[in-house]
Design a protein around this ligand. Sequence first.
Ligand code: GLY
Ligand code: MN
Ligand code: MN
Length: 435
Amino acid sequence: MLKSSVSSEFKKRRKKLYSADPGSVFIFPSAQELLRNPDVYFNFRQESNFYYLSGFDEPESLLVLAPKEDGDFQSVLFVRERNIEKEIWEGERYGADRAVSVFGMDSAFLVEEFDEKFLELLAHAKKVYHRLGQSKDFDERLMTLLEKKRASVGRSGKGLLPIFDPSEALGEMRLIKSEEEISLLRKAAVISAQAHVAAMKETRPGMNEAEVEALIDYVCRKNGCQRMGYGSIVAGGKNATTLHYRANNEKLEDGTLLLIDAGGEFDYYTADITRTFPVGKKFTEAQAEIYDLVLKVQKEAISMVKPGANYQEITDRAFEVLTEGLIELGLLKGNKKDLFEAKAYKRFCPHSLGHWLGMDVHDVGLYQKDGSSRPLEPGMVFTIEPGVYCQPGDQDVPERYRNIGIRIEDNILVTKDGSEVLTLNVPRERADIEN
Ligand code: GLY
Ligand code: MN
Ligand code: MN
């Protein structure tokens, strides 16, 4: 279904980005359709920056922000033409008229007109912002146009307009979520939580990982998610020790755990939740020991989240608690300080504590500023996801722990006064899970 309007926030974002370096032309190509079979495409998802600035979700499009003579700027969208024959096969298109009326652009043209119009849009530009390296074809086309522009000014002394990467400026904007973005993340979190709860309730020994994945998909789609934010990990037993397990096709055995890492995407914002629970009724003693440690680490890290807190300090504290716990369980041997400094915990938790979350599951935004970890600010959203994975073949690990993989992952919003866990609707206490 086509939209009849979009939030005024898209326009504000374009203005904010342009204001970061006025007098520049910004160019954003849409995502490209990818062939899956000879004449069948993968499901299309718009490129996140393009969507963030436009709300427009058709392929073969280009968004340009360009300076005008009076110092202000204009937003111009290049779109596919309306085509009755194609629309019969693929569905209705917005076309140039509606690109203006629905998406609040200053003007819109057909994508075939880009080369000609772009030279006009360069008239008052001092710089170009475009992320090189995404599409060789487009990069080449842009170079040709910039060379044309250079040649057109003859011997006035001007060289090729310099090209800058807009990613950092956009990353900084996207890192701090607006109220509207937070409500979309909340929606994705609530729906994904429902999906995890359904999986916890329905999982039984003998089911296949694929069935559980299908249930997660179903609950997310039924409640309004357009797609999953990333490929779900549904990993029973030893499969949970494979960090990015994707096969999701084995039978679930009683006495083992099921690790599910899945998040639905709601209007381009995704959740990223992991829970690990028994396939049967109860955790074994060994499973419970590791589970309790992972939960303790996660709670400790979450309790430190507030504006001004330093992400690296939270990470260090979390891995310090993990090191202590691994020593207590006999999984690490030696002096705590030495083991921590040598990052010995990495053998059991090779991944980081978490990552920014937003339109992309591993969202944009710098983690460091001026060479050190940046302080947290209200509106930042990220995951905290400690895990312990005891590899099947690790002979140095007591046998009772081998094959156990446990991760607990929640999505945290930094608020004015502290933090809010967006994903707490899925139980994480052992007793609650068993119930
Ligand atoms: N689901 C990917 C991650 O947790 O980072
Ligand atoms: Mn994650
Ligand atoms: Mn995850």
